[in-house]
Design a protein around this ligand. Structure first.
Ligand code: FES
Length: 56
């Protein structure tokens, strides 16, 4: 599902960048552009990032 509609970032994409080494939401944001426009997705994107990092 899309987490960030502005930038077209899916939950799958967030998990993928964490698998490839991102360890914080800041890094996910830098690598995907997620939450860099309207910001509405930030809360959910942070939660998904935190869960993915915890699983690594
Ligand atoms: Fe992610 Fe707007 S939905 S920046």
């Amino acid at each position: 599902m899309y987490v960030c509609l502005c930038k077209g970032v899916s939950d799958h994409k967030i998990r993928e960048v964490v698998e490839q080494g991102a360890r914080s939401f800041r890094e996910v944001r830098e690598q995907t552009g997620c939450a860099t426009q309207c910001g509405k997705c930030a809360c959910m994107a942070k939660t998904i990032t935190r869960e993915a990092v915890a699983r690594e």
